[in-house]
Design a protein. Structure first.
Length: 178
């Protein structure tokens, strides 16, 4: 592992260790959960209402049959009209229930994708953290030079205004002037 990779790895791990790990309790996550709960409640309410409407339709049709047996055409038509109205209303409620189910399914899919992405990022951060810990355990950053680069002692740069002096005197003057 080269020096730049080690430095980058250590910097990434250091910056990530300061940041808190993402938990699924942010305000947006709570909002998503509330929205899903509201949609589920609305869906259940629509289903209950559909059942009630179906029972009322059955009752109206039964009453229309009773009126037909008695020969009361006016009552029979009134019950049939109510049954038709209830049937249309039931159809609208069914369409609403289907829409709510589709919305709920889409939101649940988005939530599942978001949770999968969070888990993936968590695993990625854990891997980077483990690599950084391994590098730190091995002794940190290894500052060794490559074999093809010649190693020479650092040379002191002497400013031009001390160039007429002896090298050791010029070096002392240079250090004092800094």
């Amino acid at each position: 592992m080269d020096l730049l990779k080690k430095v980058e790895l250590l910097l990434n791990s250091k910056t990530r260790s300061v940041l808190p790990r993402r938990r699924r309790t942010s305000p947006l996550d709570e909002q998503e959960a509330e929205l899903l709960a509201e949609i589920r409640e609305a869906l259940l309410a629509v289903e209950v209402q559909e059942r009630q409407l179906a029972e009322r339709i059955k009752t109206e049709l039964a009453q229309a049959d009773v009126a037909a047996r008695r020969g009361d055409r006016e009552q029979q038509r009134a019950h049939e009209r109510r049954a038709d109205e209830l049937d249309r209303y039931l159809e609208r409620e069914s369409i609403q229930a289907i829409d709510l189910e589709e919305k709920l399914q889409a939101l649940e899919e988005k939530l599942a994708l978001a949770q999968a992405a969070v888990e993936k990022e968590g695993r990625k951060a854990a891997t980077i953290d483990a690599e950084a810990s391994k590098v730190l355990a091995e002794g940190g950053i290894d500052v060794t030079t490559t074999p093809d680069a010649p190693q020479s002692p650092p040379q002191e740069i002497i400013p031009d205004d001390f160039s007429t002096d002896a090298p050791d005197v010029a070096a002392k003057k240079s250090r004092l002037s800094e």
